[in-house]
Design a protein. Sequence first.
Length: 365
Amino acid sequence: MTAKHVLIIDPDRDFAESTKKFLRSQGFRVSCASNGKQAIKKIAPESPLVALLCLELPDMKGQELLIRINEMAPHLAVLVTGHCKEEEISKLIDLGVIDFFPKPVNPSDLLKSIKNAASFFRPMRADLGTDEDSLIQKFFPFLIHELRNPLQAIGGAVSIIEKRSNLKDKPLSQSIRIIKEEVQYINGFIQNCLDFIRPSNKNFWIEFDLTELVSQCLKRLAYIFEDSIDGITINTYFEPSLPKVYANYEEIKEVVLNLLKNAVEAMDQSDIKALEIRVTHKGLTGSGWADIMIQDQGRGIRQDQVENLGTPFFTTKLRGTGLGLAICHKIIVERHKGKMMIESRENQGTTVTIKLPVRSAPRAT
């Protein structure tokens, strides 16, 4: 698992070191550059998700560096720290800045903005395939780039509006919230589309323990649904001596977390809120199938809709993209040669079982 990476571009060594220490304590990976040239050298190999930029650099203008950043890493979310002239703000937003923090910076406000930026502007995947004749693989990254540029500008502009507005004005605060939610929704849809078309990268396959992966997903679930998770009874069973699987850890985590989120969301109106997770193994040691079963007591799905689950853009949710289960199916069945089974009864709940083949990592030759 790779921590989200923040690049601090600031000649103020004290600020850079104290901010780096704070962000590392919050689970981020952090590197620093004291000038524009150092930043340019770090962006490509380190691929940060967020940059904290001081505009007053010793070797180049901040706006000049922003132009270079847009050319090198259009996905990079930039937050400006330090002094910024009032008349420059509009231009900086056009160049992709999404938030502004005058010094001294409030750590909690900065952390909140970084977390939002890291989840909003995830990078386009570099592993979209090797078939150069594929029109969709050529066109889609271009389309996403053209969509994300205005979205990033909208996100930055609404952040400034929010800071300078009287949020006690309910229609105004509600309008700001709606804009932010819609931007986040579109970004989520864009990322789902990219996740759906990209092939698996074998370089990221490792041997790992499914018990540890599911446990990490449950911790993440508690964070996502912190306001409602306490009302759900969660029962888990992890078979002892479960064999490790050889797979793409991040992709399997994405599947499990998506299924857990679906289960919790399906129980929002249920009288009985119970979630059962079982991780078991069927077969001989070093072979067979590792099973992850996730069962909820939610609203369930009509039988005539069950057969369409996993079809791209089919959804039973009011604001669903119809790609969540399609991505899960692609990851499990197509990329990992596993199986995915869904049983559901309306008003009784849903059970999803994913089966991964148990196999060892290939020996190095």
